[in-house]
Design a binder for this molecule. Structure first.
Ligand code: SAH
Length: 214
């Protein structure tokens, strides 16, 4: 399937609706306007690609709602050439948005099938993040520090190892809570042991789980 005029038109409308819902960062909206979300969807839901909702992908996971992607990305303050770690590759859609913003993206997924399928989706589109199959709770110590860390699954608490892998001045965005809902937390590292914490509304994500799965 290709990106058609019809898809571009639907996408533009979706972006306008995100703007009217309060997303202000035009660079984020621009990046999302470029990524063909319908190519990341499960085929049964393809006609719903440009409505502002989360949808099931394989392995019982979801592609995040566009508003949530925009909101998290805006909070992350991504700039060109920053080194960004994404935990929870899923469909690969969020990773593509980060690449569009000019970031050097490292993305990690614990489900092998998704780790593989995201590469198949992103490759032909020319998006080249670095993909890792593993437990995002551990981060990627050999590639740390990261300027930005984005967690796209619900964490019961903020993983210490991810905090340690944040560069000085770096920002982490992570939904923290249980299966009933999570607060969007933003952590800014200010020196070695100083982390500034703020909260930004309620969201609903699939859980961040420990360990790898087949
Ligand atoms: N960013 C994704 C959203 C996927 S949903 C997208 O744009 O489509 C969250 C993903 O996090 C799921 O694929 C789930 O398998 C993954 N996940 C959950 N716990 C994880 C962990 N500990 N390490 C890596 N990935 C994890």
């Amino acid at each position: 399937m290709q990106d058609s005029y019809r898809h571009k038109g639907l996408r533009k409308k979706l972006i306008d609706s995100l703007r009217s819902k309060g997303i202000r960062d035009e660079s984020v909206l621009d990046a999302m306007n470029k990524v063909p979300r319908h190519l990341f969807m499960d085929s049964s839901f393809i006609n719903f690609s440009y409505i502002d909702k989360a949808f099931p992908i394989s392995s019982g996971q979801t592609i995040s709602q566009p508003y949530t992607v925009a909101f998290q990305t805006e909070l992350l303050e991504v700039k060109k050439h920053l080194k960004v770690l994404e935990v929870g590759t899923g469909s690969g859609y969020q990773a593509a948005v980060l690449v569009e913003l000019g970031a050097r993206v490292y993305t990690i997924e614990r489900i092998r099938e998704l780790y593989l399928s995201a590469q198949e989706t992103l490759g032909p589109l020319g998006y080249k993040p670095r993909f890792f199959y593993g437990d995002g709770y551990e981060g990627l110590p050999s590639f740390a520090p990261f300027d930005r860390i984005l967690v796209t699954a619900a964490a019961p608490e903020i993983p210490e190892k991810l905090k340690e892998q944040l560069a000085d001045g770096g920002i982490m965005v992570i939904p923290v809570g249980n299966q009933f809902g999570q607060k969007m937390a933003r952590i800014v590292r200010e020196g070695n042991d100083n982390f500034h914490y703020s909260e930004h509304g309620y969201f609903s994500f699939v859980p961040l789980l420990k360990g790898k799965s087949k």
